[in-house]
Ligand binder design. Structure first.
Ligand code: SAM
Length: 299
């Protein structure tokens, strides 16, 4: 499709070019802000998965540039905007760029370092994997991005701060809502007008960050770290989780505990006959291969 036919078909694509936004996504953040006022009073922001940079442009125009005029450019008083993406991005005034993968612990640390002890008022994440068209797979990869975004958020967001993230409204989305509600008393699913109705994309707007008592962001961050050499130790995850992050559920051994052991080999004595399977598979996936072999040996 040529540029002019896309201009005709997609009003936000055309408007983005008219208003100087790098992508039509700018309108999604602007419309979320119209509804929720998330940019009001914000001085420190993280923009996760920021390339090509239209959300960072919104942050620069609405947060950085007005403050620059107000403070006559005095460095110490200027807002801090940190943008991260796998892809490099052309510079944007007032935006510090970090190139990296938000699902890696190293990138999370770099972002945290930029904040150098101070906290963010807002974290936004418009991350999307390259969509495969396999819905379950796409939703899974998207959920990994949200987990990474939440991990960075719990490290840098101030209490009372807000978090906005793109989601795919799949069948298991209420699990994500419940998880977010652990950290934010108000979680809303927002669908800006500029997001196509035909798309399952939406945005969670999570307001008033309030982690559970004794919650340690370090524990969540460890989920991003590479598995240790004990990765095959089933208990390796639970061994470092502490406080409210360590969850216990009942473990119940069932059946006669002195009966046959499924891990043990028992000798076959002469009285034992080998039996045919009770019901062989009726349409096994290897049937075609067997037929081909049978056919080729006949000819
Ligand atoms: N908000 C952006 C804007 O307004 O220009 C658009 C973001 S685009 C829809 C999604 C971005 O997510 C892509 O630039 C992609 O590189 C980034 N992304 C996907 N997975 C990522 C990851 N693991 N770490 C960092 N960025 C990632």
């Amino acid at each position: 499709m040529g540029k002019s036919s896309k201009d005709k078909r997609d009003i936000y694509y055309r408007k983005a070019k008219e208003e100087g936004w790098r992508a039509r996504s700018a309108f999604k953040l602007l419309q979320i802000d119209e509804e929720f006022g998330i940019l009001e009073g914000v001085k420190h922001v993280v923009d996760l998965c920021a390339a090509p940079g239209s959300w960072s442009q919104v942050l620069s125009r609405k947060v950085y540039l007005p403050a620059k005029v107000e403070t006559s450019g005095r460095d110490g008083d200027l807002p801090l905007i940190v943008a991260i993406d796998l892809q490099p991005m052309a510079p944007i005034e007032g935006v510090i760029q970090v190139q990296g993968d938000i699902t890696s612990a190293r990138t999370a640390e770099l972002v945290i370092q930029h904040f150098d002890g101070c906290k963010a008022d807002l974290v936004v994440c418009d991350g999307a994997p390259d969509v495969t068209g396999l819905h379950d797979m796409d939703e899974f990869v998207q959920s990994q991005l949200i987990l990474a975004a939440l991990t960075i958020t719990t490290n840098v967001l101030r209490e009372g701060g807000n978090f906005v993230a793109k989601i795919f409204r799949g069948k298991d989305i209420s699990l994500l809502y419940s998880q977010l509600k652990i950290f934010f008393p108000t979680v809303t699913c927002a669908k800006p007008k500029s997001s196509r109705n035909s798309s399952i994309e939406a945005f969670v707007v999570c307001e008033g960050y309030c982690p559970p008592k004794d919650f340690s962001p370090k524990d969540l961050q460890k989920l991003l770290e590479k598995p240790s050499s004990q990765a095959d130790d089933l208990d390796c995850c639970s061994s470092w989780l502490e406080g409210p992050n360590k969850l216990y559920i009942p473990f119940l051994a069932c059946g006669d505990l002195s009966g046959w052991d499924a891990d043990q080999s028992y000798p076959l004595d002469a009285s034992i006959q080998t039996l045919a399977p009770v019901q062989p598979p009726i349409a096994p996936p290897y049937r075609t291969a067997l037929d081909l072999v049978k056919h080729s040996t006949k000819t």
